[in-house]
Design a protein around this ligand. Structure first.
Ligand SMILES: Nc1ncnc2c1ncn2[C@@H]1O[C@H](COP(=O)(O)OP(=O)(O)O)[C@@H](O)[C@H]1O
Ligand SMILES: Cc1ncc(COP(=O)(O)O)c(C=O)c1O
Length: 304
């Protein structure tokens, strides 16, 4: 890593809870990476709650903020752009303009995209975002971290097994994406999540890895944003060892989930928290030491 990393993160903000920038900024800072962040939305809480209130940044607001950075030559300081939850078409198109503007002043700027559109068969953004991601955003990515549902949406192909998953990831490479990380899929055995990584080397060959993750009986929001931020950090620290970066990313995410579940056991016992979706927020702050040094070890298997 030749120069100090600094990330511009454009993701959602939630007042209560952890997803979007709330899931990304602190872990990046813990790992020594400075983050400037723009909140694509400012919501009371994530969309898994029954009531959501708040404000949505429009494309003109985003342009104004970026123009402010440019006016002070601050567009030149970013080594990475990280994007996640976006709520409307023109905002997403403004992000495409920002990617090009950042690359104009720093051709080596790395764009990490979590194409947040949905999970478990349910879209939670406008369907009109899908063709923009497919044709205007994904081709600009250096690293993309979709979940299974997002790969299926973008490729218009269902994933029923591991071969389908690798084929789906090849679609990203054909669009010009160097590294694709499928953050989770249900192609493994019962109670297993499968994460896959595929990266195109300068030789034109592909390096592929797989990690089998024991699936916890819980649905959490914010894990994908945490995953993308951690993979940005670890792949930056280990650009020539993505196997280890992949393992460390998942180990930290698993550690945060363990801390979250442990905290719930206590809260359930005390009756303070009812076991329903609204109360489930990642314990990001309480997991600081595990973000720095994950204790859970899940080994990546090389796939030839
Ligand atoms: N139920 C679960 N059990 C174990 N790990 C999980 C679970 N849900 C998410 N994770 C972890 O979070 C990471 C990202 O989750 P994923 O659901 O793929 O992201 P997204 O939120 O974008 O759908 C996975 O790689 C996995 O390590
Ligand atoms: C406001 C907001 N941001 C981000 C996300 C993405 O969360 P995840 O990291 O689970 O994909 C969601 C998902 O519901 C959300 O509601």
């Amino acid at each position: 890593m030749s120069r100090e990393s600094r990330v511009l993160s454009i993701q959602s903000h939630v007042v209560h809870g952890y997803c979007g920038n709330k899931s990304a900024v602190f872990p990046l800072q813990v790992l020594g990476i400075d983050v400037d962040f723009i909140n694509s939305v400012q919501l009371s809480n994530h969309t898994g709650y029954t009531t959501i209130k708040g404000q949505i940044l429009n494309e003109n607001d985003l342009k104004e903020l970026f123009d402010g950075l440019k006016a002070n030559n601050l567009d030149t300081i970013y080594t990475h752009l990280l994007t996640g939850y976006v709520s409307n078409d023109e905002f997403l198109r403004e992000i495409a303009k920002i990617i090009k503007a950042l690359r104009a002043v720093n051709p080596d700027m790395i764009y990490v995209c979590d194409p947040v559109m949905g999970d478990n068969g349910r879209m939670y953004v406008e369907k009109s975002l899908l063709p923009i991601f497919r044709s205007e955003i994904v081709p600009l990515c250096d690293i993309c971290t979709p979940n299974q549902f997002e790969v299926e949406l973008l490729t218009e192909q269902k994933i029923n097994n591991e071969d389908d998953a690798w084929k789906g990831m090849m679609w990203f490479h054909e669009k010009g994406v160097k590294t694709v990380v499928l953050s989770s899929s249900d192609i493994g055995g019962p109670k297993e999540l499968i994460a896959l990584l595929s990266t195109k080397k300068s030789s034109g060959e592909y390096e592929k890895y797989k990690i089998v993750i024991p699936q916890k009986n819980i649905f959490l929001t914010g894990t994908g944003d945490l995953f993308a931020a951690l993979f940005l950090a670890h792949s930056t620290r280990l650009p020539n060892d993505l196997k280890t970066a992949f393992e460390q990313t998942i180990a930290s995410v698993q550690s945060v989930i363990e801390v979250t579940i442990d905290s719930m056991r206590e809260e359930f016992r005390s009756g303070k928290v009812k076991p329903n979706a609204q109360q489930r927020e990642l314990k990001i702050i309480q997991s600081k030491k595990y973000i720095e040094s994950p204790v859970i070890k899940l080994h990546a298997i090389r796939i030839d």
